[in-house]
Design a protein around this ligand. Structure first.
Ligand code: SAH
Ligand code: SF4
Ligand code: F3S
Length: 476
């Protein structure tokens, strides 16, 4: 940026509004020169937090004047919003940046920007500088709100620009957002994580836990509802510890109650819940409030108390079982889903047996099963007893097969019922069908007209195909 400009606002979001206009002017002159609109493409990796960040990035790009395109290799601006939770996520991203090289050469206007969690790692930045010098802009997780300012520098100075902040300096409200779905939206309630599970890189790349003020969250939900959103998903790495540091201190359960009172909001989801912080108050609210979906994602990670201790999860097998079974008791129709890691340092067959025992006892409705991935800088990465790959694969197969068997049985328990389904899209394989979701997050396919997308309708569950249903609308 030109240091001599003295009319640049210092407060946010005014400063970014200023840069949206400045960048827009540059884009306009490029458009005039080329006789066409400039296009952008955002590729999103990772969790719902990243998906929500991408909607914010797209909101800024559209205000600047970019047109969104599905065509990654033909876009004038490609933004990759990256994830680094496991190494295979990183490898996929390097592959995609590699593919862009020749396209960047043949389209002189193409610019490549990388952002998100992976960019918060020093070793990644070094590698990109060395092996992918054609990348134009790199920023991290703490400065996505500055996209317009960063683009302005990139376009006006035409050089590689790297800005990574090591911590968040603020939460900027009131930035433009372009939503992917008109009827549902994620809503950040907190950022970062303070739990430092010993295998996990998220606290290092997303920074310390920060909660948004309840007033800001509720006013965002009101705006979303007014624009037609009926389902919201409250997002945070550990929603159960929501509220720390807020001037208006309320619990997560109270926040759910307040959100459910907003006109137009019919369904509320949230993720993720850490078992150590899940309160009785939350169970009661989930039980009594019909707008809160009967679905709880409650990552267990392992069933072995010994491994859980090494993982720094701060609960043991018995505590997890007590909690999950209490929830099953209180809310019989609830779907409990989980995350499981196989192959944590020192894990033995007996430890995995404990995990299988928890799967059997809790009867998870679904589970994401991951092979442990060593993340540089985390305590687990330097632990003795890293486990051999062949052994992990064997154990992984045992876990996966029980998970599949259990979740099939759990899904079947709903067969024959008539349940409310939020119609989400036209079925990808068969356009005569629509696809929707039950509050338990189970997928249902049924005949219907695309005009029903975004509505909640009663659907009879006629046939169970393992993890999803075929059904029919019982009245429109
Ligand atoms: N905050 C959430 C999890 C976010 S990461 C929670 O605590 O529940 C999503 C999932 O990725 C985790 O639940 C864990 O199962 C998995 N994961 C995280 N780090 C991993 C690693 N190093 N190797 C394998 N899986 C990992
Ligand atoms: Fe990672 Fe643990 Fe935080 Fe989840 S709670 S993001 S697994 S450190
Ligand atoms: Fe990945 Fe970052 Fe989410 S590492 S899982 S995108 S918080």
């Amino acid at each position: 940026m030109n240091e001599h400009e003295n009319n640049v606002p210092v407060t946010e979001p005014e400063r970014q509004q200023y840069f949206i206009q400045k960048t827009s002017a540059i884009l306009q002159s490029l458009e005039n020169e080329l006789g066409r609109k400039l296009t952008c493409h955002i590729a999103t990796f990772g969790c719902p937090m990243n998906a929500r960040d991408s909607e914010k990035l797209l909101g800024v790009l559209k205000e600047i004047g970019y047109e969104e395109t599905e065509d990654e290799t033909g876009a004038d601006l490609v933004v990759m919003n990256t994830c680094t939770v496991r190494d295979n996520a990183n490898q996929r991203i390097y592959g995609r940046i590699g593919v862009l090289k020749s396209f960047r050469k043949s389209n002189p206007h193409m610019r490549i920007a990388l952002c998100g969690c992976m960019m918060q790692e020093e070793s990644v930045i070094e590698k990109i500088k060395k092996s992918y010098p054609y990348v134009d802009l790199i920023f991290g997780t703490h400065n996505i709100y500055k996209l317009a300012e960063l683009l302005y520098t990139m376009l006006s100075e035409d050089r590689q620009d790297i800005e990574i902040l090591d911590h968040a300096d603020r939460i900027v409200e009131q930035m433009p957002v372009s939503r992917k779905y008109f009827y549902k939206s994620g809503v950040n309630i907190m950022f970062g994580c303070d739990n430092f599970c010993s295998y996990c890189i998220v606290p290092y790349v997303r920074g310390r836990e920060r909660s948004r003020e309840p007033g800001d969250i509720l006013s965002e939900i009101r705006t979303l509802a007014a624009s037609g959103v009926i389902e919201i998903m409250l997002l945070g790495q550990n929603v159960n510890s929501y509220g720390k540091g807020c001037s208006d201190r309320i619990s997560f359960a109270q926040l759910l109650q307040k959100a459910s009172q907003i006109d137009g909001i019919e369904r509320i989801r949230f993720m993720t819940s850490h078992p150590k912080d899940l309160s009785d108050e939350l169970i009661t609210v989930m039980k009594e409030n019909d707008k809160i979906c009967k679905h709880l994602h409650l990552p267990v990670q392992s069933g072995s108390s010994r491994i859980l201790k090494l993982m720094n999860r701060r609960y043991d097998k018995e505590q997890y079982l007590d909690l999950a079974l209490k929830i099953r008791d209180e809310i019989p129709d609830i779907a409990i889903t989980t995350d499981i890691i196989v192959g944590f340092p020192t894990e033995t067959e007996e430890d995995v047996n404990e995990t299988l025992d928890v799967i059997e006892k809790v009867r998870f409705d679904n589970a994401f099963t991951f092979i442990y991935s060593k993340r540089t800088g985390t305590p687990a990465s330097t632990m003795d007893g890293q486990v051999e790959e062949y052994f992990v694969k064997e154990q992984f197969a045992r876990v996966l097969s029980l998970v599949q068997e259990t979740s099939k049985k759990q899904t079947e328990r709903f067969l024959g019922r008539c349940v409310p389904v939020l119609v989400e899209e036209v079925n990808e394989q068969d356009p005569s069908l629509l696809t929707g979701r039950m509050e338990q997050n189970l997928v249902v396919h049924f005949p219907g007209d695309p005009s029903l997308i975004g509505k909640i309708l009663p659907v009879q569950l006629m046939e169970c195909r393992g993890f999803y249903f075929y059904g029919k609308i019982t009245r429109a």
